[in-house]
Design a protein around this ligand. Structure first.
Ligand code: HEM
Length: 477
């Protein structure tokens, strides 16, 4: 749906010395019977609020919430005035799953985690994983059969999970982690409904069936991760192999000390280590899997772009498997992925909470206000992306990109909390797409209804059925 941005006018809302953007007059729960209010799908609400223009305000019970749509305002929150903001309550609530890992922590805990984890994600260090990524992608491609129909979302989840397990943790606990992740996802759905309730965490301690299931799933997840860490710790103690020689993220984290500027020189404690490992595991595969899934769907719908992608792959690779060195020449491949993450950003919204009274653009917001901005919404702003629903990788030619403000497009966030796995994600997505699209085309099965579902990440609600066609065969026909 193309949005009519700014078509609803409204006055700034003043309360004492505070100034809020225009927005909903009534408390959000009172809109229960309106089309835009579906607690399971906040994108509908954000699309509705987009009509107020630059920003919109609403209240959930006694909480003020502001949606920002203007790149300059988003920049103020993430960069210029970042110190006035912390993670919002929704993300903090994820602590019950992820503990004090990078995503959920704030302040000094976050900075210490970032100092220790960041070196392991340095562009040069992660490059060593390229060969394994291509090998695993080739392995999945080898299981496809011409004419076979599959759920490409499930295939990409399986592959991304294998890649994360092997490259970052040098482990094969794939089956177990997948099962547990599915359980956890199912339960996290509940939290879309509980966002507004302060101290909803208390519910977890109750014997409600959903809560009991969550507790069980979380205990299993912790046990798997603890087992993985324990085994590696024992191995590192008993062998002369340094973390550097083994080279995976887990070994590096076990050996790392907080030696950066302002660091305390100490290693991560066992609890810190578990929280960071769990965070990286869960953050690392579901996002990339979704980016690839939506890309296959878009290529299936856009034959011309697909043909251009094939031409590039044939010209650059000439039939051999891709390597890290090919990446700078896979220009169109990267443009396809960028455009896919514009339309279907795996991280579809971000949230912050105001820690001290702050001014953003023309607004004066009190401490406690929740702020949201949505990649899904901002990436469809017609000022920067005319005909926003059209898939057009040309929007990501260098010249076109140069004409847009920094936060017109931000699939990986920005500022001090920018995605730590961005380089890894780019490498993984580019090499997987190049490996598989070189050999296979995927055609959408007709007659299916594909619906984006905004959970923690943006995924297709009921998967996407696609038919595999081998490219060598296509050419001969
Ligand atoms: C296409 C793939 C990915 C997308 C779209 C994505 C998106 C994002 C976004 C938007 C944020 C910022 C959240 C915020 O500031 O509120 C973020 C943070 C983060 N991402 Fe990613 N991500 C991807 C892949 C990865 C991978 C592969 C890893 C790790 C292996 C990872 C680990 C993290 C972590 C740990 C954070 C928290 C960083 C911090 O707060 O210091 N992500 N990601």
């Amino acid at each position: 749906m193309e949005m009519a941005a700014g078509t609803m006018t409204g006055k700034l809302v003043r309360r004492g010395s505070y100034v809020f953007p225009p927005g909903l007059r009534l408390n959000l729960p009172l809109y229960l019977f309106h089309k835009f209010f579906k607690p399971g799908n906040p994108i509908l609400l954000f699309e509705h609020l987009r009509r107020y223009g630059r920003a919109a305000h609403y209240r959930i019970l006694w909480n003020d919430v502001v949606l920002l749509n203007e790149p300059e305002d988003i920049r103020e929150v993430l960069i210029d005035k970042a110190a006035s903001f912390g993670k919002d309550r929704t993300q903090k609530r994820m602590k019950i799953l992820l503990g004090e890992g990078l995503i959920t922590s704030d302040g000094e805990t976050h900075q210490r985690g970032r100092r220790i984890v960041a070196p392991a994600f340095h562009r040069q260090r992660i490059q060593r994983y390229a060969g394994q990524i291509v090998e695993l992608a080739g392995g999945v491609g080898a299981t496809w059969r011409p004419g076979e129909t599959m759920d490409i979302a499930a295939e990409m989840m399986r592959l991304a999970l294998q890649i994360t397990a092997r490259t970052l943790f040098d482990t094969e606990v794939t089956a177990e982690i997948r099962e547990i992740n599915e359980q956890v996802n199912a339960i996290m759905d509940l939290y879309n409904y509980l966002v507004a309730l302060p101290r909803a965490e208390l519910l977890l301690k109750t014997p409600l069936p959903g809560m009991r299931r969550f507790r069980r799933a979380k205990a299993r997840l912790d046990a798997v991760v603890d087992g993985m860490i324990g085994a590696r710790q024992a191995e590192m103690e008993s062998s002369a192999n340094s973390a550097e020689a083994r080279g995976d993220l887990l070994s590096l984290l076990l050996a790392a000390r907080d030696d950066g500027a302002g660091g305390d020189g100490l290693k991560l404690t066992d609890d810190e280590l578990r929280d960071q490992v769990l965070t990286l595991f869960l953050a690392g595969y579901e996002t990339v899997a979704n980016a690839l899934t939506w890309t296959w769907m878009l290529l299936g719908q856009n034959r011309e772009a697909e043909a251009r992608l094939h031409r590039e792959l044939d010209a650059v690779l000439g039939g051999r498997l891709p390597t890290l060195e090919d990446m700078p020449r896979l220009v169109y491949t990267a443009m396809v992925l960028s455009e896919s993450m514009r339309l279907y950003p795996p991280a579809w919204a971000m949230g912050r909470e105001v820690l001290e009274d702050v001014r953003i653009g023309p607004y004066a917001l009190p401490k406690g206000t929740m702020i949201f901005f949505s990649q899904y919404i901002v990436h469809r702003d017609t000022r920067w992306f005319p005909e926003p629903e059209r898939f057009d990788p040309e929007r990501f030619r260098a010249e076109a990109k140069a004409g847009r403000p920094r936060f017109a497009y931000f699939p990986f966030g920005g500022g001090g909390r920018q995605c730590i796995g961005e380089s890894f994600a780019w490498m993984e997505a580019t090499l997987v797409l190049a490996t598989l699209a070189q050999r296979w085309r995927l055609e959408l099965e007709p007659g299916q209804w594909i619906e984006p579902q905004p959970k923690i990440t943006l995924r297709p609600k009921s998967g996407i059925r696609m038919r595999a066609v081998e490219r060598a065969v296509c050419r001969m026909q």
